[in-house]
Design a protein around this ligand. Sequence first.
Ligand SMILES: NC(=O)c1ccc[n+]([C@@H]2O[C@H](COP(=O)([O-])OP(=O)(O)OC[C@H]3O[C@@H](n4cnc5c(N)ncnc54)[C@H](OP(=O)(O)O)[C@@H]3O)[C@@H](O)[C@H]2O)c1
Length: 319
Amino acid sequence: MKAACINSFGNENVFEIIDNHPVPEPKEDEILIKVSSSSINPVDYKHRMGNHKYILGSPFPIVLGYDVAGIVEKTGSNALDFKPGDRVFGRLNRKYGGALAEYAAASESCFAKLNKNIPLNEAAAYPLAALTALQALRDKGKITAGMQVLITGATGGVGHFAVQIAKLYGAHVTAVCGAGHETILETLQPNEIIRYTESNYINQLKTYDIIFDCAGKLSYRKTQKLINKGGSYISTLPRMPILYHKPLAWLAGKKVKTLLMKPERSDLELVNNWIMDKKLFVYIDQTFPLDAVAEAHAYAQSGMTEGKIVIDVIKSSPN
Ligand SMILES: NC(=O)c1ccc[n+]([C@@H]2O[C@H](COP(=O)([O-])OP(=O)(O)OC[C@H]3O[C@@H](n4cnc5c(N)ncnc54)[C@H](OP(=O)(O)O)[C@@H]3O)[C@@H](O)[C@H]2O)c1
């Protein structure tokens, strides 16, 4: 099958597009998907650079990409929830993913059925980022209506979903972002916008029940006085200083939390329903064909993007 492989860790030029990569065989609990699209998350380029090689190893050739949408091709002997032909989306749970290819396999538990009205070339933009936003706000932040929520990286992949989800829960949302971003902010409609590019931006912050640091740029140390009693600071980046702050925060009646997104089917189903009800949308910055994956990674890593970058796998397929 056609696949974007890497045979060493490094910059975006390590990608090689090959036509004879073996189609993965689904294990008992797995399904095999004919991939329509994938999307890029920062973890993909961190993997590409070898940041996690001491944990995940170097099983070259590696096919990256966690987010996927496509059609079920084949099911493992114990994978009973789907049948060939089902439209699905999900976040692959194999080591490095494997979505940047014509076929990908993973446990059936990390997929959900996708409504026929949701385009396959958009659906792959949701799983990892939308579930991160949902699990951070609902499970870590215990978000409820009327809460004051601050979201950094608010126009990025996770952040733009977080703004929408926090508003869905009835929170008052303050979005922190850089200069520009007018179009995406117009569609997201946060209650307040604060530009971190302005010199006095920390002074513009008020107090919050949840500070969701999607961008990983606003530490608990800097913001602890801005968190209401009983409130939470949540970071997408597990870091030692955060663990260090936990007991101090607890003494002050506040919580410091990190999260590791889990590919839960029930959450994907919720996202599917929100999309159908027009309560959640993805802002797609650009779509690249699989052949241009190196360019897509470079762009995603540039820090210039808004919302999500999609890889259209079908478009670049020979068939
Ligand atoms: N733990 C988990 O399970 C998990 C899951 C998903 C993601 N993550 C991590 O979460 C982070 C964000 O992921 P993402 O997909 O949203 O990435 P992304 O799409 O690249 O977005 C990052 C955002 O950060 C903003 N930003 C940059 N510098 C900033 C600053 N100083 N203050 C505030 N915002 C700033 C950028 O927008 P501007 O143009 O406004 O600067 C950008 O929108 C990544 O580090 C990723 O690895 C962790």
